[in-house]
Design a protein around this ligand. Structure first.
Ligand SMILES: C[S@@+](CC[C@H](N)C(=O)[O-])C[C@H]1O[C@@H](n2cnc3c(N)ncnc32)[C@H](O)[C@@H]1O
Length: 278
């Protein structure tokens, strides 16, 4: 039998093509052994059963092939909440945490706001907002039945009863309902464009990433439709590519939104634009 120290050293050598070999190895082994990573430092000589060693080697093989760690462990942390993810869902990104934080700044603590999460994926935005603002009612929609299954599971794990999920092509399945806030991280990648999509991103569902021509098609559909679904004074926040700030602001302005602003991500890139219905 090998110890956790030996397995981790072996794994780090195998994962040299990863940007964080040690972290990847620890996260994968901790998930497999169902322990906290800190145990690797407190008890490095713990022996690992042969059967689990075999499972670990298979995980390393898949990781070496480019499969994201989150799909191998089946979870991703987002705003300190553990979300189930699978290949039907985008892996929630750290920059999207900023979208939620920005939204919460504009949603008072006890307000019974009606909020829409458009393209909910794993439910990351909907669940984080619902947990932080229990008086709000959240509607979460996605076209993907597979993503909605995972999102429902994530809401149930948090025992949240203030989210309803709908399978809908953007606003198509929402009758005439209006909202105080619309939050959206749409597909915005120029999937077939000049910049190749990274090998890890290729594992994620194309429906979650492919923003059509110049990555603009979904945004062009959503922004004009959203203004008709906002209550007066209501706001929309939309995530976009770092080079789409001008385009998104123009979309807001030409559709008669007010108070248009753009907010930067951790890397200093324009990432979220916000606007209000007058
Ligand atoms: C970039 S992902 C965002 C997922 C999640 N909100 C997040 O931030 O991690 C975009 C989501 O939009 C969904 N989507 C794509 N086209 C759609 C459409 N026409 N109507 C509804 N949802 C759609 C995808 O299935 C995917 O879950």
């Amino acid at each position: 039998m090998q110890t956790t120290r030996q397995l981790l050293n072996l794994a780090v050598k195998q994962l040299q093509s990863s940007s964080a070999p040690r972290l990847d190895a620890e996260v994968l082994l901790a998930s497999l052994l169902k322990i906290d990573r800190s145990r690797f430092y407190a008890h490095p000589e713990t022996a690992v059963a042969e059967e689990l060693t075999g499972d670990f080697r298979r995980l390393l093989h898949n990781r070496k092939g480019g499969c994201p760690v989150a799909y191998l462990t089946g979870t991703k942390e987002f705003l300190s909440i553990n979300f189930a993810v699978d290949q039907n869902t985008l892996i929630p990104r750290p920059e999207t945490e900023l979208l939620v934080e920005l939204a919460l700044k504009h949603i008072p603590g006890n307000s019974p706001h009606q909020i829409l999460d458009l393209g909910t994926g794993s439910g990351a935005i909907a669940v984080a907002v619902a947990a932080a603002r229990p008086a709000c009612k959240i509607t979460a929609v996605d076209l993907s039945a597979g993503a909605l299954r995972v999102a429902r599971q994530n809401a149930a794990a948090m025992t949240l009863s203030n989210i309803t999920f709908h399978q809908s092509d953007w606003f198509g399945g929402l009758q005439n309902k209006c909202f105080d806030a619309i939050l959206c991280n749409p597909p915005y990648i120029d999937y077939l464009g000049k910049t190749p999509v990274s090998s890890e991103t290729r594992y994620e569902p194309r429906i979650a990433l492919d923003g059509g021509y110049k990555g603009q098609t979904c945004i062009r559909a959503i922004i004009p439709a959203a203004v008709k679904r906002l209550n007066p004074g209501g706001f929309m926040i939309i995530e976009h590519a770092h080079n789409q700030g001008d385009f998104v602001r123009d979309q807001f302005k030409s559709n008669n939104y007010q108070d248009v602003s753009t907010h930067k991500d951790y890397a200093g890139h324009e990432r979220h634009s916000m606007a209000r219905r007058p």
